[in-house]
Design a binder for this molecule. Structure first.
Ligand SMILES: NC(=O)c1ccc[n+]([C@@H]2O[C@H](COP(=O)([O-])OP(=O)(O)OC[C@H]3O[C@@H](n4cnc5c(N)ncnc54)[C@H](OP(=O)(O)O)[C@@H]3O)[C@@H](O)[C@H]2O)c1
Length: 307
């Protein structure tokens, strides 16, 4: 119980593998040597059986005694055994297989590392461009401190204008437009601005044009980009986007609310409102109005809010 412990020899895996291989080689060579001795004895026996004892003396092929062919055949097997021991097992044995396997695995690892590197670069690029997009969108949104509202009158087929004019005359729609936008900033494209006979009273007009020398009447703000338009309207808690088609398209993703007059007919047009994606927008109010003496078409006042 309290006696000395026997020392356990520590042999690592590699050493063990070397010893096992050496033992195998010794056995292989031993077997070859035994084969050689048996071959010699066998050959002498065959010669003696034929020439001394006269066994099968009359059996000949091409005038040569049969034992010569028997010895040659055995010699062939013996040579094959030598080939196996010194070529196949020595040069293409377990160690050779392991070495080849390691080489292949190393090459595959290098290829995988290269592919991973390329993927990482691609992901970095994508995330950088995504970040840029998110930041650009944030910057634009930050510029509108207020509640950016789109106001539009669109037909059942989303038509909003033809030849730079409105397609219908609905006095209640104009009244609603006047009431909702009264006292606010109204942001519009240059073409919509040109469709007005004169600026609308009691509203601050912000006109977007790429022409830096575009002339506007006093009191109308001219800007050269959407971002500048939002910047110019910063002081208003609820600036309105009032059209036309190009500006609606550019601002739909930034707006918080849509005040729509839906005219329940189809019209030919050259300008359209983009389709409203109901997975993003939720209808929060809807009042239907039948056509009458002053209104040639049925229409609804609909409010959408971003979900
Ligand atoms: N039904 C409705 O509720 C409603 C409301 C408004 C208008 N509309 C109709 O819509 C039609 C006009 O719409 P539209 O699409 O032809 O024109 P628009 O959107 O009113 O104006 C387009 C112009 O705005 C400027 N612009 C647009 N994006 C810009 C940007 N990112 N940066 C700088 N400038 C930019 C460009 O002016 P420059 O060419 O000068 O660079 C462009 O030609 C008319 O028929 C009008 O009656 C209908």
């Amino acid at each position: 119980m309290f006696g000395k412990k026997k020392a356990i020899p520590h042999i690592d895996k590699d050493q063990l593998a070397l010893i096992e291989t050496a033992q195998k080689r010794i056995k292989q060579k031993k077997r070859l040597y035994i084969h050689f001795v048996i071959f010699l004895i066998g050959a002498v026996f065959l010669i003696a059986a034929n020439t001394g004892l006269g066994i099968g003396k009359e059996i000949k092929f091409f005038d040569i005694n049969w034992f010569v062919f028997a010895i040659l055949l055995w010699l062939f097997f013996f040579l094959y055994h030598i080939f196996n021991v010194f070529i196949t097992h020595k040069f293409m044995g377990k160690a050779w297989e392991t070495e080849q396997l390691e080489k292949l695995v190393f090459k595959q690892k290098q290829r995988i590392a290269k592919i991973e590197g390329n993927l990482e670069k691609q992901n970095n690029k994508e995330s950088i461009s995504n970040n840029l997009l998110v930041n650009a969108s944030k910057n634009t949104k930050q510029k509108t401190k207020g509640f950016l509202t789109i106001i539009v009158a669109a037909s059942a087929n989303n038509a909003i204008g033809l030849n730079n004019k409105l397609i219908w005359h609905l006095s209640n729609d104009l009244k609603r437009f006047k009431n909702l936008t009264n006292g606010h900033y109204i942001i519009m494209g240059r073409k919509t601005f040109e469709s007005f006979p004169k600026p609308l009273p009691n509203r601050t007009h912000v006109v977007i044009s790429r022409q830096s020398d575009y002339k506007v009447p006093a009191g109308v703000i001219l800007v050269n980009s959407l971002s500048d338009a939002l910047d110019a309207s910063k002081s208003d808690p609820q600036p309105f986007i009032i059209g036309g088609g190009q500006i609606y398209k550019e601002t739909l993703s930034l707006a918080h609310k849509i005040e729509m007059t839906r005219v329940h007919d189809n019209f030919d047009a050259d300008t359209y409102f983009p389709e409203i994606d109901l997975t993003i927008w939720k209808e929060t109010a809807n009042t239907f109005h039948k056509k009458d003496d002053k209104h040639k078409h049925d229409y609804s006042f609909i409010t959408y809010e971003r979900i």
